[in-house]
Write a new protein. Structure first.
Length: 128
């Protein structure tokens, strides 16, 4: 029973991180807002979502499983890089939605195996 409760808590934590990740990606204009069916960019809101995840990482330091910590770190890195990319882009310029691919918890992460992913899109950022 204790193991099942721990697995459920890990999944809930990953879902919480994913919710903020999706919100930030929408706010960065990288994903379509499902309510308006439009791509919108609000860097102030995106920064807030990223900051919330940073606080979550700080406050949970030492209390996360290796998989949870790795997932949260990857999500934060991805969001921060996308934020920098969008902050440098002129306000009128459309965002590059096909460039960003949100990190997702893999089956290996849920089962305890480390998952290694390489984001090849970052090298394409300078080609546009």
């Amino acid at each position: 029973m204790v193991e099942k409760d721990g697995q459920q808590k890990e999944l809930l934590f990953l879902q919480l991180v994913s919710m903020f990740q999706m919100a930030a990606m929408q706010q960065l204009g990288k994903l379509v807002n499902p309510l308006t069916d439009k791509t919108e960019r609000d860097l102030n809101q995106a920064k807030f979502s990223i900051d919330v995840l940073n606080v979550l990482k700080e406050k949970t330091s030492g209390n996360l499983t290796a998989d949870e910590d790795e997932f949260l770190s990857k999500v934060l890195f991805e969001l921060q890089m996308n934020y920098v990319d969008e902050a440098r882009r002129p306000q009128d310029s459309p965002p590059e939605t096909d460039q960003a691919k949100p990190a997702e918890p893999s089956d290996e992460a849920a089962s305890g195996e480390a998952s290694e992913q390489v984001d090849e899109t970052k090298s394409d950022a300078g080609d546009s």
